[in-house]
Design a protein around this ligand. Structure first.
Ligand code: ADP
Ligand code: MG
Length: 250
């Protein structure tokens, strides 16, 4: 579903991704863990072209988003095609980025209408169902300012799903939440995983990664240091840096 090969990314002289390779299969839930500054967010942002890469290739569901020629030239798909490819991925950020002037329902239906041209009468029932699924059926007409952080993040998840993505990318979706609100967001994500959504989740929630992910990736300093089955990575980490990180987290 996703094939990212040898991704390199620099910010000026800072090498943030030093050749990261990750393949994700349909229905797989991949958790990415690692210290702050290791390049986790940048990697996710490269996948859906919020950042341009400096080397490597990305293929999404068989469509080439970007490739690098043997002489090092990075070539992106043509703009319309690139946008189509990236639209297969929904993203949820640490900060919810809801539109403050729109109700919950209007936040969810906005992109399908303006970006995809879906008819309002078609998307409203779908949006209501998504909001029901994340437990917000009684908040359709509320404004974001009246919601808790956990509720806002569940709106953000429903909003991403309203675009009918094949892949969901989550970048620390619970890090900005008070601890008592993380559970409701993790529950919505767990449900998605149970419905076999293909997911990449950057997270500090080790319990979630251990229980829900099919594979755990440990990144440090712009590289994948170790990856495997959650029980292996958490129960018997091979690399010293993984051990140190997990000790520090617990
Ligand atoms: P993580 O998500 O693992 O905490 P990031 O991908 O956010 O790591 O950041 C990796 C490195 O790239 C950090 O050193 C960060 O300061 C740097 N970085 C991230 N975004 C930018 C940017 N837009 N401009 C310059 N440096 C950046
Ligand atoms: Mg980050």
């Amino acid at each position: 579903m996703i094939s990212a090969l040898n991704i390199e990314k620099k910010f000026d002289k800072l090498e943030v991704l030093k050749g990261v390779t990750l393949e994700v299969h349909k229905g797989e839930v991949v958790a990415i863990i690692g210290p702050s500054g290791s390049g986790k967010s940048t990697f996710l942002r490269c996948l859906n072209r919020l950042e341009n890469i400096d080397g490597g290739s990305i293929v999404i569901e068989g469509d080439e988003l970007v490739t690098t020629t043997s002489d090092g030239k990075v070539m992106y798909a043509e703009e319309t095609q690139a946008r189509m490819i990236c639209r297969k991925m929904g993203m949820v950020f640490q900060q919810f980025n809801l539109f403050p002037h729109l109700t919950v329902l209007d936040n969810v239906i906005e992109a399908p209408i303006t970006v995809k041209g879906v008819k309002k009468e078609e998307i409203v029932p779908e949006a209501e169902e998504l909001l029901y699924k994340v437990g917000l059926q009684d908040k359709l007409n509320s404004y974001p300012s009246r919601l808790s952080g956990g509720q806002k993040q569940r709106v953000a998840i429903a909003r991403a799903l309203a675009m009918k993505p094949d892949i969901m990318l989550f970048d620390e979706p619970t890090s900005a939440l008070d601890p008592e609100l993380t559970g409701e967001v993790l529950k919505a994500m767990r449900q998605l995983a149970e419905e076999h959504m293909t997911m990449i989740v950057v997270t500090h929630e080790m319990g979630f990664a251990r229980e829900v992910a099919n594979r755990v990736i440990f990144m440090d300093n712009g590289e994948i240091i170790e990856q495997g089955d959650p029980e292996e990575v958490f129960g018997n980490p091979q690399h010293m840096r993984t051990q140190a990180f997990l000790n520090h987290m617990s």
